[in-house]
Write a protein that binds this ligand. Sequence first.
Ligand code: SAM
Length: 294
Amino acid sequence: MNNHWSEYWKQGHITSFGDAFKMNYQGEIKALWQHFSRSLDEHSKVLDIGTGNGAVIELIQAVSQHECVGIDLARINDEVTKNIKGHFISHVSAEKMPFKNAEFDTVISQFALEYSDVDLSLNEIYRVLKSKGKIHLVCHHESSIIVKPNRKILESGLAVKENVLTDLKALVNELINNKSSNLYKEKIEQFISSFQSLEKVSLEATNFPAFYQFITENKNVDFEQAYKLFESELELLLLRLNELKQAAENTEKLLHKIRNTQYYSEVVVTDLRDSSNGLIAVVISAEKCSGVLN
Ligand SMILES: C[S@@+](CC[C@H](N)C(=O)[O-])C[C@H]1O[C@@H](n2cnc3c(N)ncnc32)[C@H](O)[C@@H]1O
């Protein structure tokens, strides 16, 4: 994973959904974490893996006071987390954590643990949990209302990269040299019109149609610079969406490992759904069985 999450958190977002949640998660996600917080003994020691800018810790602390630690492989933005009650540590991976054995009452994670190497991270979680400690994980699912549309955007983005980027670059070169033969425009327009209804929405999310319109309708543009920016943003989008797709696939492995080792008991898996019954995530909770590793 490159450092794109560090760049993202630096922008000051509180959640991983950008401007969709300006203050913090709302609705079902907020209710889930606040219910969970109330279920803990007061002043429990809680570890949040892949905490980002601490959204989940903030939700938890709003209803009941605990001793929270948030870690992330990326750089956490202190300007955001200084207002949240917790201890935040950047550049710590779930696979190797700087904590003593049996330090935490509970380990939580939202849309993060499934990005890790779960063979290693689950061993680490087991190590840092107290006997009978709890895990509570909110994980991406391949058919959730978050992952499914993003998989479509990924497919459209890959189609742009593989089928039409060379034509776009050739068109940009013509525009730089004040020429326009229509050959590349026709190819690109054909590509865009081959996308129908719902697929069109995914294509638009890659920004390709808007970029094409921008360069063909404006004259005083630094075309080379604009193209470079578009290309690097497309690469970043593909990287992020590919990671999301793989993380969602990894949830199955995570669940399989929790269910099929002797490390955990009381394994409960539930669907987190929105008011229209759309699947938001799967929630995995379990209790540490003592004395298996040490
Ligand atoms: C989708 S964001 C979720 C952030 C936060 N939990 C939330 O719900 O808003 C995923 C986070 O997991 C972090 N992450 C990915 N792999 C990790 C790993 N192996 N160890 C620790 N953190 C990791 C990323 O840096 C990123 O900040």
